[in-house]
Write a protein that binds this ligand. Structure first.
Ligand code: NAD
Ligand code: MG
Length: 401
């Protein structure tokens, strides 16, 4: 039977991660619509091998050269003719291939920026999970998307929800289309109600145990500090071309509403669903159509009641710092992002206490010069400098613990 759809070629940047695996799960349900062209990972060669066996992509990329060599050997032994590439530049190459229509940007952290930019420059449909790319270089990134006629669709569940609640032509300005507020929901993570004086000795295992979502380690810690919500406020400003004052963070611990848009006529539109990333992934891949994602329908009677609270900026200083960096503009958000990555990594490696994550970021922001983010090199330099400064602060704070 011939398909009613034009087969879309997909490249997944970060296919071995949580978002990558969920994307492949959606693709598996729609073999008549999507073909996997390229899969990429940092160094997880065994997992990437399994994915190559199942999806038979044209290319597989590993950043780590040794891991790539191992993958090549395994594929050869298994008689699979996927071409193996390695290195950072290869990520950019596969994101821009002619056979690729959609690029799932699901690498974690700043490492996702250049390959996601390559997808923009090649005019692809970008399914954006890698929020750090926009946090670092929102202005430049959005300009590249526009210049090369790329399509940018949000995967982050909140931004995907906002997108679904927005009128089509929100690009003309939110006031223009009658929006008066974006209500960005947040679960509050695992420490929303924990005794604030006990936060300094929480363990990495406690911090990554998110009550509603299964996610990679870095974003799980970001959810526990609420830096994730801070990064998402910045992401929302760029995606929806608006000001921080237009965005209200709403604590909604149940994660049933994924965000809302409030209009001048008093209407508030919400997008709801079970907390499962396959919904935004399927939405963005099929947009403007709809297709099954494998997610169970929401049982509204089981939910019964929806709860909302205001965010607590004392408990969650990272959220306040993200707003400050956003208001400062320039390279401040790239600095914030880099310091956060270093601090979270140190926390996961048990070199830093949970409450010192925000201190490392605060000290790094204080010590870094904020300059106009005129070009990519300035942003990459700010990122590198902030990594140096924050690594020093990790050592200092660790020593005094
Ligand atoms: P993850 O840690 O599970 O996976 C990360 C992926 O990126 C892996 O495939 C890994 O191999 C690859 N990777 C890691 N470091 C790399 C490097 N230096 N170079 C190249 N590739 C590298 O992370 P995740 O939870 O899937 O999150 C991915 C992105 O999506 C993050 O930006 C996160 O904020 C965003 N996001 C995730 C969720 C979620 O539910 N997991 C929700 C919203 C947004
Ligand atoms: Mg989110």
């Amino acid at each position: 039977m011939s398909s009613q759809f034009n087969l879309q070629g997909v490249c997944i940047l970060g296919s071995t991660g949580t978002i990558g695996v969920n994307t492949l799960d959606v693709i598996k349900r729609h073999a008549d619509r999507y073909k996997v062209i390229a899969l990429t990972a940092n160094k997880a060669d065994e997992k990437l091998f399994q994915q190559c066996v199942e999806f038979n992509p044209l290319y597989a990329v590993l950043v780590n050269a040794d891991a790539a060599q191992r993958l090549e050997l395994k594929l050869e032994q298994a008689g699979i003719n996927t071409e193996v590439l390695y290195g950072v530049k290869s990520l950019e190459k596969v994101a821009g291939l002619d056979e690729v229509d959609q690029v799932m940007a699901a690498i974690v952290g700043a490492a996702g920026l250049l390959p996601t930019l390559a997808a923009a420059r090649a005019g692809k449909r970008i399914l954006l999970a890698n929020k750090e790319a926009l946090v670092m270089s929102g202005d430049i990134f959005m300009k590249e998307v526009e210049k090369h006629n790329a399509e940018l669709l949000p995967i982050d569940s909140e931004h995907n929800a906002i997108f679904q609640c927005m009128p089509v032509h929100f690009d003309s300005g939110l006031q223009q289309v009658g929006v008066n507020k974006i209500l960005l929901t947040a679960s509050g993570g695992p420490f929303r109600t924990r005794d604030i004086d006990s936060l300094h000795n929480v363990t990495p295992a406690e911090a990554v145990a998110h009550p509603n979502w299964v996610m990679g380690q870095k974003i799980s810690v970001d959810s526990a500090t609420m830096m994730n919500k801070g990064l998402e406020v910045i992401e929302a400003c760029w995606l929806f071309k608006t000001e921080p004052s237009m965005i209200q963070v709403v604590l909604h611990s149940q994660s049933i509403i994924h965000s809302m848009v409030s209009y001048t006529d008093g209407s508030v539109l919400a997008q709801m669903g079970n907390p499962d990333m396959r919904t935004p992934i399927a939405h963005a891949m099929a947009w403007p159509q709809r297709m099954p994602s494998g997610v169970e329908p929401l049982d509204i009677f089981e939910v019964a009641k929806l709860e909302f609270e205001k965010p607590d900026f004392i408990r969650f200083p990272c959220l306040a710092m993200a707003y400050e960096a956003l208001n400062e503009g320039g390279t401040a958000t790239a600095t914030l992002n880099a310091a956060n990555e270093i601090a979270v990594d140190a926390f996961l490696n048990k070199q830093l206490s949970f409450t010192n994550i925000s201190r490392v970021i605060e000290k790094t922001l204080e010590q870094s010069k904020n300059v106009e983010a005129e070009n990519l090199q300035i942003i990459l330099d700010a990122d590198a400098d902030a990594r140096q400064v924050s690594t020093d602060w990790v050592k200092k704070l660790e020593f005094n613990r």
